[in-house]
Write a protein that binds this ligand. Structure first.
Ligand SMILES: [Zn+2]
Ligand SMILES: [Zn+2]
Length: 282
């Protein structure tokens, strides 16, 4: 946490425009960090034969809704994150107030929603039904369950080999990656799961979203003076992934670096590319 705070301060000094977002991010991280020690989730049981079959067919071990969650902790964290959201900025504050109003009126039960497992479509339906901001609502839910999800992922870490999976989706939960990371001297490329946080290796020249490997339709975007960040573009599916060179930023948190480089997302979008897993602040 201390290293993270230092890095946040460093980025804020360099790019003051990101101050508000980074302060919010730091508060969310602090609260998630606090609940980690007391978190209780069930042990995930995998049947050996089933696991082998899945791996052979290229399927993930779990689906998002299969992760065991600490419902009480997630619920409390949700409420804490709402409080933080109210101080973040006027738009967020207004939207959070709406969410709280609906929750307090008991027109739907958030615990029940979390219990049934996270399904984006259902969350979006509820947001529609009650006139809530989908992005903010989904963000608050995902960040409240994140400590449980990451603990579940840790349980399964030894069940898969990060070096040999080589696919565009996560071997543990099947989600698409939020970022790509370069590591080690040779610049091995890894993908970071947008849902469970697992990291696995992938070829340097491939689009994780459509498996395109044709070199002449894969290209990069850089911003001058920012050699630690890159946008990997695919001409085939017109989507992109942000790549962070962890050899330069060793100790930092990739999600933090993602937030501090929204200008690259704007650049990619201006050129007509989409990000399959957008970061919540875009
Ligand atoms: Zn995953
Ligand atoms: Zn592609």
């Amino acid at each position: 946490m201390e290293k993270l705070k230092e890095r946040i301060q460093h980025i804020k000094n360099k790019r003051p425009g990101y101050g508000e977002i980074l302060d919010f991010y730091q508060k969310v991280k602090e609260e998630q960090d606090k609940v980690k020690a007391s978190l209780k989730i069930e042990t995930i049981k995998l049947q050996r034969g089933w696991k082998n079959l899945l791996a052979k067919e290229g399927f993930s071990l779990l689906q998002k809704q299969d992760f065991p969650l600490d419902i009480e902790t997630s619920f409390t964290l949700f409420q804490t994150l709402c409080q933080i959201g109210k101080d973040a900025n006027p738009h967020m504050a207004e939207q959070v107030r709406k969410i709280e109003e609906v929750l307090n009126s008991k027109r739907f039960d958030l615990k029940e929603l979390i219990k049934k497992g996270i399904e984006e479509q259902r969350i979006e339906q509820i947001a529609d039904e009650f006139g809530l901001d989908k992005k903010i609502f989904l963000f608050l839910i995902e960040e409240s369950i994140r400590p449980s999800v990451e603990l579940g992922m840790e349980q399964l870490r030894t069940e898969v080999d990060p070096e040999t999976w080589l696919k565009g989706h996560c071997p543990i939960c099947g989600s698409f990656p939020s970022l790509s990371l370069l590591k080690e001297e040779t610049g091995k490329r890894y993908l970071l799961c947008s849902f469970c946080g697992y990291q696995w290796r992938i070829d340097r020249l491939i689009c994780p979203f459509c498996d395109n490997k044709e070199q002449n339709s894969l290209s990069y975007l850089y911003a001058e003076g920012e050699e630690a960040y890159r946008i990997d573009l695919c001409e085939k599916c017109h989507q992109y992934i942000k790549t962070i060179d962890m050899r330069i930023l060793e100790e930092s948190d990739p999600s933090l670096e993602d937030l501090a480089t929204l200008h690259l997302d704007i650049l990619a979008k201006q050129k007509g590319y989409k990000r399959p897993v957008p970061n919540p602040f875009e």
